[in-house]
Design a protein around this ligand. Structure first.
Ligand code: ADP
Ligand code: MG
Length: 241
């Protein structure tokens, strides 16, 4: 596997937000002074009602968006001042999973995962081994030849997870990864995320799944109208409906 070079991480935090505001061009203010630290190896749930700013926060961490005000630091990169040319290198440290899987539907499972390795120019000789390893980890070793359109939702999300993990990210971000799955498949995905976390990866999961959050006993950050309402270690789900 490729060796990771990470810049100095301030005080062991892989993510630091200081007084972050995000106002969209149309004047919608999505984040209103968010500050938080996430340490290497943490598992963090982000919960909160629709529109509370969860996805905006994830997009800031990926440097898909920039903050209107305040500092966003991820893995020692100041995302307010990072040069455009360095963004791809920065992003290699991150894995991302979305609610809607976002797979290449006309390609098979193997190709969907191998694609992520080709983007980072992993030597061809390593790709087969890396893809096999990660497909085994998500329990899809025997389905590598299948088109993703032939898979169930739970299986598709496991392919998406394999794709997010194959480059060995330091941080895995998941924005409502179980939003399209039934409770049993949701639980399977969460168990996989926990396993990934146990391997040392920092995992951040946005979810509406109250039962899972209550059951897993992890740190829970609750957002409301662009602010952090609460941030509890080993917390439960606290969104008022
Ligand atoms: P959540 O993920 O918690 O549902 P979002 O971060 O998607 O919340 O949205 C926060 C607020 O920002 C909402 O009011 C939403 O309508 C608004 N918003 C999100 N994306 C955009 C955008 N691209 N342009 C304008 N407003 C947006
Ligand atoms: Mg969202």
């Amino acid at each position: 596997m490729r060796k990771k070079t990470v810049m100095a991480i301030p005080e062991g935090n892989v993510i630091t937000l200081q007084n972050v505001y995000k106002t969209y061009e149309q004047g919608v203010s999505a984040l209103n002074g968010v500050s938080l630290d996430i340490k290497q190896g943490e598992f963090v749930f982000i919960v909160g009602e629709t529109g509370s700013g969860k996805s905006t926060l994830i997009k800031l961490l990926l440097r898909e968006l920039t903050a209107t005000e305040g500092d966003v630091n991820v893995l020692g990169y100041d995302l307010g001042t990072i040069r455009r040319g360095r963004i791809p290198k920065f992003r290699r440290n991150l894995g991302i999973v979305f609610q809607d899987f976002r797979l290449l539907k006309d390609r098979n499972v193997y190709e969907n995962v191998a694609f992520a390795q080709r983007i980072v120019l992993e030597p061809a000789a390593n790709i087969r081994r890396n893809v096999s390893e990660v497909l085994a980890m998500v329990g899809l070793a025997d389905k590598y030849k299948m088109k993703t359109s032939q898979l169930s939702g739970g299986e598709q999300q496991r392919v998406a997870l394999a794709r997010a993990l194959v480059n060995r990210p330091l941080i895995l971000l998941a924005d409502e990864p179980t939003g399209n799955l039934d409770p049993e498949k949701s639980w399977e995905i969460m168990q996989l995320l926990e396993k990934v976390n146990e391997g040392g990866t920092t995992v951040i999961v946005v979810t509406h799944n109250q039962e899972i959050v209550d059951r897993m006993n992890k740190r829970v950050i609750t957002m409301k109208m662009g602010s952090i309402l609460s941030d509890v270690d080993m917390g439960g789900y606290e969104v008022e409906d």
